[in-house]
Design a binder for this molecule. Structure first.
Ligand code: ATP
Ligand code: MG
Length: 317
């Protein structure tokens, strides 16, 4: 199969449109393909090439080359039955940094995140090509013990999912599974993790009450505490604030910023402010491809590609 190599002209910051003055970017003609999420803006040649299955290379910024990787994604394709959802994704996630994945709904952010801890294995129709590596260990190999692999990663979902047990038992759950019985060890892990999740002060006097009595924002921080109690090599978060009010969201964002350096975090978000506030690197995805990937400040202020600029400035998606 031959693929056209498509390049997109770099966004010229000197010609950038002021917010609200998108007259030329928003042409009257609709997008040229049915699958495109674009509505009121003409698609670019790069977007058309992607939509028609042409190959292209991710614009990965040079800064990433110097970063040690916790997790690497190599030539990764994923299919739900016949439908391809991820296309030749190559990226590495920097150790001790927060990486945000952004892009229009349905572009494959959750699929990519769930592929890292092999949650997609639970879907019968899923088929993958390529590989991923966690600190150098192949994530997709015949002899991988998936349960052991998942223990090395923490996952926080859109909707908090505390277990129907006490706050304390929620936090130390992974230690219990590993057979830890020493009370002091469990108590220390509980306090350390709740402190790490900025929840200790709010719950220290009610550790043995049901976790289900906590507020939504507290429950989400509890889930983060539970995830970090296992000392994961990477923490995966899929829109962890989408069900929270602005105050609870602010607390989680502060927490993610504090986790920086101690933990590697990969966070999917639709909230552009959130990505700019809490992440070091941002990857922009579109129709199953990683389009541009670089330092968050550059992606939002001076991206290389017009498509990225249009997305982060709200012109489509
Ligand atoms: N279990 C599934 N079975 C079949 N197709 C799926 C499944 N899960 C996701 N898809 C499809 O894969 C594509 C990517 O979906 P995914 O959920 O990864 O997108 P997303 O970027 O996380 O979107 P959103 O921002 O809406 O959460 C979509 O076209 C979606 O319909
Ligand atoms: Mg999603």
């Amino acid at each position: 199969m031959t693929h056209a190599t498509i390049t997109s002209s770099p966004a010229d910051p000197t010609q950038r449109l002021a917010p609200g003055n998108h007259a030329s970017a928003f042409s009257a003609s609709a997008g040229q393909n049915a699958e495109s999420p674009l509505r009121s803006r003409q698609t670019t040649p790069l977007e058309d090439a992607i939509a028609s299955g042409g190959s292209f290379e991710t614009d990965t910024h040079a800064e990433l080359a110097a970063e040690p990787a916790v997790c690497e994604v190599s030539n990764f394709n994923l299919y739900y039955a016949e439908k391809q959802a991820l296309w030749d994704v190559n990226m590495k996630f920097a150790h001790g940094k927060v990486t945000a994945l952004i892009g229009p709904s349905g572009c494959g952010k959750s699929t990519l995140l769930r592929s890292i801890n092999r949650l997609n294995d639970l879907i019968d129709t899923v088929r993958i090509e390529g590989n991923m590596f966690l600190n150098g260990d192949p994530i997709y190999a015949r002899n991988v013990d998936v349960i052991e692999l998942r223990k090395r990663m923490g996952m926080v979902f859109q909707k908090s999912n505390p277990f129907p047990m006490s706050i304390f038992e929620n936090v130390v759950f992974s230690l219990r599974i590993d057979g830890e019985r020493n009370r002091t060890t469990l108590e220390e892990a509980c306090e350390r993790s709740l402190n790490g999740a900025a929840l200790w002060n709010e719950v220290k006097d009610r550790l043995h009450e049901s976790a289900l009595g906590l507020s939504g924002g507290q429950q989400q921080r509890l889930c983060i505490a539970r995830a970090i109690a296992a000392e994961p090599e990477v923490l995966l978060m899929d829109e962890p604030c989408s069900a929270l009010d602005p105050i609870a969201t602010g607390k989680i964002e502060e927490l993610i910023a504090e986790l920086r350096g101690h933990y590697t975090v990969i966070i999917v978000t639709h909230n552009m402010q959130q990505a700019t506030r809490c992440s070091d690197y941002t990857g922009f995805m579109y129709l199953g491809r990683l389009v541009e990937y670089g330092p968050t400040a550059t992606i939002f202020q001076m991206p290389h590609l017009k498509e990225t600029e249009d997305y982060v400035t709200g012109r489509f998606g």
